[in-house]
Design a protein. Structure first.
Length: 148
């Protein structure tokens, strides 16, 4: 088993236990990647400057940098970790602490999850917008189609 297969395996826990027994950070030879399996190792990786979302010198991928997609991509807060993004992030992060996970689960379950292609479509394309809109205070009955 490897980390990719484990993500969808019916019983990945023996594999995960072996990873933990090997230490917090191990190299998988077959996949040629590092696996962080302890909270300490994960925290260290996430805090390391070389593991940020984009290389510091390349905030927009070279392949799209000159086109319209590059212009849009460069403005996305989640894809940047520079000084320009620190202020907006610090302004919105406290609000995330106020989000009720149970409420989000209820919103998703009530509006989006059905065991068919429509349910998958809604979960992928409508779900994020509907949930964020509801968390911002837009409600289906008051906002009409703007939320649904």
């Amino acid at each position: 088993m490897d980390p990719i297969i484990a993500a969808t395996h019916t019983d990945p826990y023996p594999y995960y236990a072996r990873l933990r027994a090997e230490g917090g950070l191990v190299f998988h030879q077959g996949l040629k990647l590092w696996v962080a399996s302890s909270a300490q190792a994960v925290a260290a990786v996430l805090a390391h400057r070389d593991c940020h979302v984009r290389p510091a010198a390349e905030p927009v991928p070279k392949g799209i940098a000159d086109g319209m997609a590059g212009k849009v991509f460069g403005q996305l807060m989640r894809m940047n970790e520079g000084e320009r993004q620190r202020c907006p992030r610090s302004a919105i992060e406290p609000g995330f602490a106020l989000i009720d996970v149970v409420e989000v689960n209820a919103l998703v379950s009530a509006r989006l999850i059905t065991p068919d292609a429509d349910g998958l479509y809604n979960a992928m394309f409508r779900g994020p917008v509907c949930v964020v809109a509801a968390l911002l205070g837009f409600h289906r009955l008051r906002a009409g189609r703007s939320v649904s």
